[in-house]
Structure formats: C-alpha cells, structure tokens
Design a protein around this ligand. Structure first.
Ligand SMILES: *Cc1c(COP(=O)(O)O)cnc(C)c1O
Length: 244
C-alpha cells in the first residue's frame, strides 16, 4: 500500500527530469492515473497524495467503482474503447473526457445523448500511430478529415489527440509514434477548424512516458508504475471487441 505513495513520488520525479531534459514546462503536463483493476481503497491512497485525475478503460469497472469514489475529490477520464451501447452508463458516471473517439457513428450517438441531457463532453481523437492491427484508433492519414467531421457535433469539445505507442523496448521505434501525433496536432491546428482545440496530446505510459514528454505529451496515462503489474497482459484489456 505504502508503495503507491512512493511510486507516485518517483513518477513525479521522472516527469521533472524529462521536463528538464527537453526544456518543457512542468505545468504543461498532467498525470492521469490509469486505475483499471485497481480497487477503490488503493485509488484512494493515490488521491490522498494530491493526485486528482484518474481513468478507467472499461465502462463496467467505471460503474462498479463509482459510488466508492464519489466522496473523494477527483476527475475521471475514459481511456478505453467505447461501445455505443455503453454511452449512457459512461455519461452517468461523470466522465469529464473521453480519450478514444475514433468513429463518426460514436460521435453521432454521443451528440444525441448529450443534447438530450443538455451537456457537453471533452473528447480526444484516438489515432493508431503504430499501425498495429490490435489497436483501436484512426489511421493517421484520415485524422484531419475526421476532426473536420466531428467539429459539426457541437456537444463534443475536441481538445486534442490520443495514441498508444508501439509495444517495444526500443525507443527508436516508439518515438516516431509520438512524433506523428505531434505532427498531426500541428496539421490540424493549421486547418483552424471551428469548435476544435488541439491543446492536449495524451501519450506516454509507464514504459515510454519519458519519450512522450520529450515529444510533447500533455497527458501521461500511468498505471503499472504506480499500482504495480496487472494480473493479465495489456492485450486482454484492450482487444475485446474491435469495431464494436
Ligand atoms: C492501462 C492503460 C494505460 C497505462 O498503462 P501502464 O503501462 O500500466 O502505465 C495507458 N493507456 C491505456 C489506454 C490503458 O488502457
């Protein structure tokens, strides 16, 4: 349990070091705790250190932990693949930002639901920068067009882009994924699309956060390095229902 506090301190230190190295401003980087498989009492320990941002990647888990966490001040993001039939549940759990918008059918259904409940939702567009079949997200070359189309849905507030880097131990192969996301951000900014902001780059996990910071990340999604290893490999948590 104690480990969580120490791990967060280590991560904060790593962020500082990477910022120094790349001349980035510490204030421009948000730490998002990836809490899948982590129990509410352990999440509470993390929140009590002063962290405020947590993220789940399955709606079922979001629902299960909702009431246990309700009394603790925090903000919730959603970083998993979202099936349309789970939209209502997601919105009921007060999710502030969806990191995985990757298809128009989902945008359309979110817009309908948000209109009916008279609210808005921050979204990031998920891009498949590693071209691995196993990952969700738009092909990079379709991202600009997609953002243009999403901009028509006024209940969705596009804030930036998200990607999962290549699974690799080699920095030389991971870095281009993050560079690509940064280039897309610049390309989309230059297009000056109304109702679209490109402030956020959600990239970097426990294994590649230092590279992500060097390449411009503003949101780091960190699980393992804070809460320890999960019972199953990542593919299990990500690959359930492609295109579902
Ligand atoms: C679990 C998860 C993370 C965190 O990964 P770690 O390697 O445990 O830091 C980041 N992004 C997504 C989408 C995740 O599902």
């Amino acid at each position: 349990m104690n480990g969580i506090r120490q791990n967060i301190a280590k991560i904060r230190q790593r962020i500082e070091t990477a910022c120094h190295k790349s001349g980035r401003n510490l204030a421009d980087i948000k730490l998002l705790l990836a809490t899948k498989t982590v129990s509410p009492d352990r999440i509470q320990i993390a929140l009590e250190t002063g962290e405020t941002l947590i993220a789940e990647n399955k709606v079922q888990e979001l629902k299960e932990k909702y009431s246990a966490l309700q009394s603790l001040p925090h903000t919730k993001h959603f970083i998993g693949h979202l099936q349309s039939n789970k939209i209502n549940d997601l919105l009921r759990c007060d999710v502030a930002c969806l990191h995985s918008l990757d298809r128009l059918s989902l945008a359309e259904k979110l817009q309908k639901r948000l209109t009916a409940t008279n609210r808005t939702l921050d979204v990031l567009i998920q891009v498949n920068t590693s071209k691995e079949d196993s990952k969700f997200g738009l092909p990079p070359e379709r991202t600009l067009d997609f953002v243009r189309q999403v901009s028509a849905y006024d209940r969705l507030q596009v804030k930036g882009l998200m990607t999962i880097g290549l699974f690799s131990a080699e920095a030389d192969r991971i870095r281009p994924c993050f560079q690509m996301l940064r280039q897309l951000q610049e390309q989309i900014r230059a297009a000056e699309i109304p109702n679209v902001r490109m402030d956020e780059l959600s990239m970097g996990m426990s294994g590649d956060m230092d590279i992500a910071i060097e390449e411009g990340a503003t949101i780091l999604r960190i699980g393992t390095a804070i809460f320890g290893a999960r019972p199953l490999p990542d593919q299990y948590y990500w690959n359930e229902h492609p295109n579902g």
